[in-house]
Design a protein around this ligand. Structure first.
Ligand code: NAP
Length: 273
C-alpha cells in the first residue's frame, strides 16, 4: 500500500476524538465517523447525552465509543479527558481530533455592554480559543511523534466577516482561523493535517445557547433554509477521508439562502403574509 493510501485506510478501525459531542455539529460528526467504522471518544459537560449517543452509535455501527466528561475551560478536566482518550486508543493513537466545542453568548454591542457582558466575553474566549488550545496541545505532540493525525477546528463565517453585536464571538472564531494557519505552518514537515471548517447558519442549539430565548432562537432561521449539523459533518467526513498527501486548509460552508454573515434571504411564510 502506498504512503498516500495508508492514512485513509487507517481510518477504518482508527480512533477519533470529538469535543462538544453532546449536541449539534459534534454529535453529527460522531454519527458520520462511526458510520465509517471509527471508534470514538466523545467529550462534553452533559455526560448523560454523551452516554445515550455512545450507546446508540455502538448499537447501530458496532464501533467502540467512550463517553467522557470534558469541560474545555478546565485544564484538569482536559487532562483527564485526554488521558482517557489515550488509554482507549492504546497503540493506535488518535487519528482525528475534532475541536468542535464552542459557543456564543449574547449579542452585546461594545458601546452599550455591561459588566455581565464581560463575563460572556470571557466565557467565549476561554471556551472557543483557550479551550481549543488546551485540547490541541494535549493531543498534537503524540500525533507528531506518530507522524500522522488530523486536527479539524470549527471556525465560523463569523471568523471571516464581522457584524454588530458579534465582535467578541467573531474575534474568537477569527482566532481559531489564525491558530489553525499557524499550526499548519508549525506542523509542516510532519504528516499531521490541520483543517478549519467555517460554517454559516446551522440550525442547532447554538442560537438558544446564545440568546437564551426559544422564540428569538427560532427567529434566526425564520423563512430560510439553514444548514443542518449533518451538512457540516458531511464536509468534515470528506476532509478526514481524503488521501494522506492532501490537506484541505479551510472550508466555508453556508446555506444557499445566506450570502454573507447578515445577508440572508427569507421567504414569506404563511404566518407573515
Ligand atoms: N450553529 C452554527 O450556526 C455555527 C456556525 C458556525 C460555527 N459554529 C461552531 O460549531 C461548533 C458547534 O456548535 P453547534 O452549532 O453544534 O452548537 P450546539 O448545538 O450548542 O453544541 C455546542 C457543543 O459544544 C459543547 N460545549 C460548549 N461549551 C463547552 C465546554 N466548556 N466544554 C466542553 N464542551 C462544551 C456543548 O456541550 P455541553 O454543553 O454538554 O458541554 C455542545 O456539545 C461551535 O464551535 C460553534 O461556534 C456553529
Amino acid at each position: 500500500m502506498s504512503q498516500t493510501e495508508e492514512f485513509a485506510a487507517d481510518l477504518e478501525g482508527g480512533m477519533a476524538v470529538i469535543t462538544g459531542a453532546s449536541a449539534g455539529i459534534g454529535a453529527a460528526v460522531a454519527a458520520r465517523l462511526a458510520a465509517r467504522g471509527l471508534d470514538l471518544v466523545l467529550g462534553a459537560r452533559r455526560t448523560d447525552r454523551l452516554e445515550s449517543l455512545a450507546a446508540a452509535l455502538t448499537q447501530e455501527h458496532g464501533v467502540g465509543v467512550c463517553a467522557h466528561a470534558l469541560d474545555v475551560r478546565d485544564s484538569v478536566s482536559v487532562e483527564a479527558f485526554a488521558q482517557a482518550a489515550e488509554d482507549f486508543a492504546g497503540d493506535r493513537g488518535v487519528a482525528v481530533l475534532v475541536n468542535n466545542a464552542g459557543l456564543a453568548r449574547g449579542v452585546a454591542r461594545i458601546p452599550s455592554a455591561t459588566a455581565e457582558s464581560e463575563d460572556d466575553w470571557a466565557e467565549m474566549f476561554d471556551t472557543n480559543v483557550m479551550g481549543l488550545l488546551r485540547v490541541t496541545r494535549r493531543f498534537v505532540a503524540d500525533m507528531v511523534a506518530r507522524d500522522r493525525g488530523h486536527i479539524v477546528n470549527l471556525g465560523s463565517l463569523a471568523g471571516i466577516e464581522t457584524y454588530e453585536g458579534g465582535s467578541v464571538y467573531c474575534a474568537t472564531k477569527a482566532s481559531v482561523r489564525v491558530i489553525t494557519r499557524a499550526l499548519r505552518l508549525e506542523l509542516l514537515g510532519t504528516r499531521v493535517r490541520v483543517t478549519c471548517v467555517n460554517p454559516g447558519l446551522v440550525e442547532t442549539e447554538f442560537s438558544l445557547v446564545r440568546l437564551q430565548d426559544a422564540d428569538q432562537a427560532a427567529g434566526v432561521y425564520a423563512g430560510m433554509t439553514p444548514c443542518t449539523a449533518d451538512d457540516v459533518a458531511r464536509c468534515i467526513q470528506w476532509c478526514v477521508g481524503l488521501p494522506a498527501h492532501m490537506s484541505i486548509e479551510e472550508i466555508q460552508v453556508q446555506p444557499v439562502d445566506q450570502a454573507s454573515a447578515q445577508k440572508v434571504h427569507r421567504r414569506k411564510t404563511d404566518a407573515s403574509t
